[in-house]
Design a protein around this ligand. Structure first.
Ligand SMILES: [Zn+2]
Ligand SMILES: [Zn+2]
Length: 357
């Protein structure tokens, strides 16, 4: 039994801390050294003296936190040593640049996963299980009811919805998270159905993805000359949830059809509460089977559970023979469907959301 003093990661008021290496992982208070799993704003906060993240997170981190942050980047699998702790980053399949953090010290291996998703989606390298003694897992959708449709099924549904709206001459407005989910939708839909219009909060993130070599179809701004009335009637419109009910939406006509893409859409009543015509069950987090497969894939006997359905997952794992404990964190919910709609009319383009909203 490892004593607390030997733990490679502990929970501190500032964030998850590695005592041996003297650095934090995704801290929520300003610290000297922060390892960042991904650029969603609840994991990548402002004010740290030094940042370490995956190479593909550099664009979003600098866009959000400022070009002058002190940032060191690593490729997946590349390792460095800091105060005797060997550190490397491994694909988490969540958003562009998302990484699990592997720590090795004194013969022990811990992996902090940040946010992750187990089904590959083509916009970032797929989740790779990393063998470890202790695995720190999120639990955003840590209840057995959460089971996502496969990518193929999901995009068949979205394409069919868009096509039938376009055939009726109505714009299809799909509300989704601007960083990660919007690019996943762009990558997965059939662009031959019609033009794709994106909100001002989405396009800067598209640029970062394209610069990283991710294949996205052409996108238009609503102000582009090509987007006349006829074009908008066949358009797929991607906008963040905060754009719902704003004047910007009026351009697509009163007969536009709207939908929301989120894992929370699996819960009865969520679509109605959001006030949209259609819900697509789509998340950048692991569903229940995904969490189980990920945890099993690490071979870890010790599990630390962060943000989400913490008590449920801890109890389930303990009942199944693993040593599971909770880690208190201040991470948000980047699937947002159950959050109140913020009143700001147009979010700042440089904010690839976390959960401030
Ligand atoms: Zn995230
Ligand atoms: Zn998170």
């Amino acid at each position: 039994m490892a004593s607390a003093s030997q733990d490679l990661v502990i929970a501190r008021p500032e964030g998850l801390y590695c005592p041996a290496g003297d650095f934090y992982i995704d801290p929520w208070r300003p610290v000297e050294r922060a390892v960042i799993t991904h650029a969603h704003s609840d994991h990548a906060r402002t004010g740290h003296a030094h940042y370490l993240a995956h190479t593909d997170s550099a664009g979003t981190l600098r866009q959000r936190l400022g070009a002058s942050i002190h940032l060191q980047t690593l490729a997946y699998g590349e390792s460095i040593e800091h105060n005797g702790v060997r550190l490397s980053l491994h694909p988490a399949g969540h958003v562009l640049g998302s990484a699990q953090v592997r720590l090795e010290h004194g013969g022990r291996v811990w992996v902090a996963s940040g946010d992750y998703k187990t089904e590959p989606d083509g916009t970032c390298p797929g989740f790779e299980p990393v063998r470890c003694d202790t695995f720190i897992t999120e639990s955003t959708f840590g209840l057995p009811i959460y089971r996502w449709p496969t990518q193929a099924v999901l995009f068949d549904e979205i394409n069919a919805w868009w096509r039938s709206n376009a055939d009726e001459g109505r714009a299809s407005v799909l509300l989704c998270y601007a960083f990660g989910k919007a690019q996943r939708i762009l990558h997965g839909v059939d662009p031959s159905i019609g033009p794709i219009v994106v909100h001002g909060a989405v396009e800067p993130l598209n640029a970062v993805y394209r610069a990283a070599g991710v294949d996205l179809p052409p996108t238009f701004r609503v102000t582009d000359a090509a987007m006349d009335k006829a074009a908008l009637k066949r358009a797929l419109v991607l906008a963040p949830p905060s754009a719902q009910g704003t004047p910007w939406m009026k351009r697509f006509g009163s007969d536009a059809v709207d939908a929301f893409a989120s894992g929370w859409m699996q819960v009865r009543g969520t679509r109605r509460r959001r006030g949209v015509d259609r819900g697509f069950v789509m998340s950048d987090h692991a569903d229940w089977p995904g969490l189980m497969a990920a945890i099993q894939g690490t071979g870890a006997e010790h599990i630390r559970v962060t943000h989400g359905s913490v008590p449920v997952l801890v109890r389930w794992l303990n009942e199944n023979g693993l040593d599971a404990q909770a880690f208190d964190t201040e991470y948000g919910d980047d699937d947002v469907a159950d959050q109140a709609v913020p009143e700001t009319p147009e979010p700042k383009p440089e904010q690839p959301e976390g959960e401030a909203a």
